[in-house]
Design a protein. Structure first.
Length: 329
């Protein structure tokens, strides 16, 4: 049986309702539910509560649909099929206001850097606390646990920030990771600097997490990251000098990042891409180029991202096949 909860947090990553701490603790404990797969989702910038719930519901249902299709294939692309699962959707205030009718929404573009730093705070405080609670609840348990963390846009910062602080505490001996826990991380069009996962940058600890594999996507059709992200950086650097840094979801990882993860494999995602193709790479880091699929969807009038391009075009069959093949390979 699968279950799903949404955890609302404030701008500092604090959980609004104190009773939610008890709900989360009960849900991830070995008993009575015994979840073996836990999914943690984080949305990106400019996403209100209603939209976040829609996104999480859609992604969960469509991924489950693709799992059902994959089970009847021969050979099955899933070496380790889904088990009893729990979905945890994180909602953090990524807009100036949650009121869709407010005139303040016209100022949303000016909140870019506020929300960028807020995403890190939510990860460092809120999602990190969930990870730490999960590890403590599973200490001494023989029950296997697969932890899947999926972020989109600034949501990737939420995920990486949480993992970075978790590994920092693991490294200094504050917490321990049971050997029967594995981590699969999916960064969809990450709106963070392309060098942030390097061993000397803000998410330097992520590469050190044992039993972790990471999938990231890039796309030349993503105007939000390819054009507007560097432009926003230029504005920020007016008084500091230096050239703007490309976004991870546009330029892909640096050589130093790839080296820190022990190498990487590359995938090209086009229309018709299957989970079997996503299951083939064996490196800890997999970089999937969505450009062919995005361009084909634009040409076929299946998606028009407007000024942001294909930045939010993450809900189509090939994406679910990519994620499915990666996390269950």
């Amino acid at each position: 049986m699968s279950n799903y909860i949404t955890v609302p947090m404030n701008e500092n990553g604090m959980i609004f309702d104190p009773t939610m701490n008890v709900v989360v603790a009960d849900a991830i404990a070995p008993e009575p539910f015994g979840f073996q797969d836990v999914y943690i989702y984080s949305h990106g910038w400019s996403t209100d509560a209603d939209r976040a719930l829609d996104l999480y519901n859609q992604f969960s249902i469509e991924l489950s649909r693709q799992v059902l299709f994959a089970k009847v294939l021969s050979p099955c692309p899933m070496a380790n099929p889904p088990q009893n699962s729990l979905g945890v959707g994180i909602h953090w205030p990524s807009e100036i206001t949650e009121d869709p009718t407010s005139l303040l929404n016209d100022l949303q573009l000016f909140s870019f850097y506020t929300m960028e730093h807020r995403a890190d705070a939510v990860g460092k405080n809120g999602v990190y606390s969930i990870l730490r609670l999960l590890l403590s609840q599973r200490a001494g348990s023989e029950l296997p646990l697969r932890l899947f963390l999926l972020g989109h846009s600034f949501g990737c910062k939420v995920i990486c920030s949480a993992l970075n602080d978790m590994q920092s505490d693991i490294a200094n001996g504050t917490i321990a990771v049971p050997k029967n826990i594995s981590f699969r991380v999916v960064l969809l069009q990450a709106a963070t600097d392309y060098d942030n996962l390097e061993p000397t940058d803000i998410y330097q600890q992520v590469c050190g997490i044992s039993n972790l594999r990471l999938l990231m996507t890039t796309s030349a059709a993503d105007k939000a990251l390819g054009t507007w992200f560097p432009d926003a950086a230029r504005v920020a650097n007016i008084f500091h000098g230096g050239n703007p840094t490309p976004a991870l979801g546009s330029a892909g990882p640096t050589a130093a990042t790839v080296s820190a993860f022990g190498g990487s494999d590359a995938l090209s995602v086009n229309i018709g891409f299957t989970a079997q193709q996503a299951a083939s790479p064996t490196a800890r880091m997999v970089v999937a180029d969505l450009t062919p699929a995005h361009e084909a969807r634009i040409a076929g009038n299946q998606f028009d991202g407007g000024a942001s391009g294909s930045h939010s075009d993450i809900n189509f069959a090939e994406i679910y096949q990519l994620v499915l093949g990666f996390i269950f390979a």
